[in-house]
Write a protein that binds this ligand. Structure first.
Ligand code: 13P
Length: 496
């Protein structure tokens, strides 16, 4: 209808706005009433804005200007507010009163959390509000939210991954035995010193997971290991679980649960004070006839969620490791099925416990056929199945997925990681590595416990770290970095 025609036909009802501007004139009664109500609301808003505008022009503007400047300083640069805060566009913001809810929510909160940027502050804010809505207390997560996000993102930064050197005293003993070195405190310290003083490692490695003994150790000349790691740009982390134990009442005798929740809060606070900034907890699920049972899945996922929330309260980023073992003769399809079930239950329990996903990392196994399976699968199939499993179950809020190597050879683990990063995917997470065995085999074999081999061992470590760094970007050329690991280190019922 043309404007003149609308003006000509009179509104059948009495609008609060000018009848001549009633765009519903001549329309069915219901449409007319709806449009008229919307116009009434619009004109009320207009009147309120004009009134507020008059009031603010009369106010002294100092506090408002301070507010604008604070707002400018504390908010990040890519926000809508910042775009609107260009000098030519100041007026709109000079009108934010300090006691307005906008100021309270955006400025006071940021100041309290000493935010470094708006996106992180907004994430923290949204997560703590969400926790309240679930009936979970935000607790320490609110205090550490920004730091947790920053640490998790640094660890999952492009082209970098984790060196897992958290073998228990017994397990490192097995490794040292393969090169004929006795399992003494001096030898364990010597080996770890070699790793943590490797110049250039920080280019490929963002974090190192340590065993408790190692976190408190120093180099031969007295430099604490945590300082050595920081000097080469590697964030120290700590294994906090106390190992696997048989699952009471389990229908399958081999099923386990992961111990270590008692006193975890206090231990996590002490580890943070010693310099650790992330933690690891390894729960194990085994595929077997009749298993894994629901009891084992729930128990292990519950422990992971409880641990994650507990360490976040103390400022440590939790690495959540639900390892589905390679043991067994199952197919890759069966592995995917079990992983989907485990991860879905896991993240449901994480939500119940109030785990702050943006400040956490996942450490899963890749989706693979069992070690005794006859099924032959190529890296691109492994990549396809692994990505499909993750996309079906892992929330986009998790910044990084850092795979374990699980007994694959060094080169196998690198090639599979490269395949994972060479295909398109919907999931936004970084896909990188947190390898133990697949980063250390060549290094150990080059060292052989001799001082004169330290440099060669460091070169071997750097080579595998560089290979995996390239693989995490989908740029690894198979065979382009040396390896001395030809057989792999798969071991049934592996304990860390
Ligand atoms: P692997 O890479 O040797 O499987 O171990 C990584 C790890 O940290 C297991 O908890």
């Amino acid at each position: 209808m043309s404007r003149s025609a609308r003006t000509a036909s009179r509104c059948p009802d009495r609008c609060t706005v000018d009848d001549a501007r009633c765009r519903s004139a001549g329309r069915p009664a219901r449409t007319h009433a709806r449009t008229k109500n919307a116009m009434r609301a619009a004109s009320a808003t207009h009147r309120r804005r004009r009134r507020d505008g008059r009031r603010r022009r009369a106010m002294p503007a100092t506090s408002d200007v301070v507010c604008v400047l604070v707002l400018w300083c504390v908010r990040g640069t890519k926000t809508r507010s910042e775009r609107e805060l260009r000098p030519g566009n100041m007026e709109a913001f000079v009108q934010i009163p300090v006691n307005s809810s906008f100021f309270q929510q955006n400025v006071k909160l940021n100041l309290r959390q000493k935010s470094l940027g708006a996106p992180r502050a907004r994430v923290a804010r949204s997560v703590t509000l969400r926790m309240r809505s679930w009936g979970v207390r935000p607790g320490g997560v609110e205090k550490f939210a920004d730091e947790l996000v920053e640490t998790a993102n640094k660890i999952a930064s492009p082209g970098r991954g984790i060196l897992a050197v958290d073998e228990s005293t017994k397990t490192i003993g097995k490794r040292l035995a393969t090169i004929g070195v006795e399992n003494t405190e001096t030898h364990r310290r010597g080996y770890r010193e070699l790793l943590f003083t490797c110049q250039g490692l920080g280019e490929y490695i963002s974090g190192a997971i340590l065993y408790e003994e190692t976190l408190y150790q120093s180099t031969r000349d007295g430099r604490p290991f945590v300082d050595c790691l920081r000097n080469i740009g590697v964030i120290p982390g700590i294994k906090v679980d106390k190992g696997l134990a048989p699952l009471p009442g389990a229908a399958l005798a081999h099923e386990t649960w992961c111990t270590g929740l008692d006193g975890l809060s206090e231990r996590a606070a002490a580890y943070y004070a010693q310099g650790a900034r992330f933690a690891k907890w390894r729960a194990v699920i085994q595929i077997a006839p009749g298993g894994p049972t629901r009891q084992a899945i729930f128990e292990n996922c519950y422990g992971l969620a409880r641990y994650a929330r507990t360490v976040q309260d103390q400022g440590l980023v939790p690495i959540i490791e639900p390892e589905v073992l390679l043991d067994g003769d199952h197919t890759i399809e069966r592995c995917a099925e079990v992983q989907e079930e485990v991860y879905s239950i896991l993240y449901n329990l994480c939500q119940q416990q109030g785990v702050f996903l943006e400040g956490s990392l996942l450490k899963p196994s890749m989706t693979l056929p069992g070690a005794d399976s006859k099924q032959q699968v190529k890296p691109d199939v492994i990549a396809e199945m692994t990505v499909r499993t993750l996309e079906r179950t892992i929330p986009a809020a998790v910044p990084g997925i850092m795979f374990l190597s699980g007994g694959m050879t060094e080169e196998e683990a690198t090639i599979n990681l490269n395949a994972l990063n060479s295909r398109p995917r919907k999931g936004p997470w970084a896909l990188s590595f947190s390898y133990g065995r697949a980063l250390q085999q060549s290094c150990l074999k080059s060292w052989m416990g001799k001082d004169e081999n330290v440099r060669a061992a460091q070169e071997a470590l750097l080579a595998r770290a560089r290979a995996n760094s390239k693989a995490s970007l989908g740029k690894y050329v198979p065979g382009s970095e040396p390896t001395l690991d030809v057989t792999g280190t798969f071991e049934a019922g592996y304990k860390y």
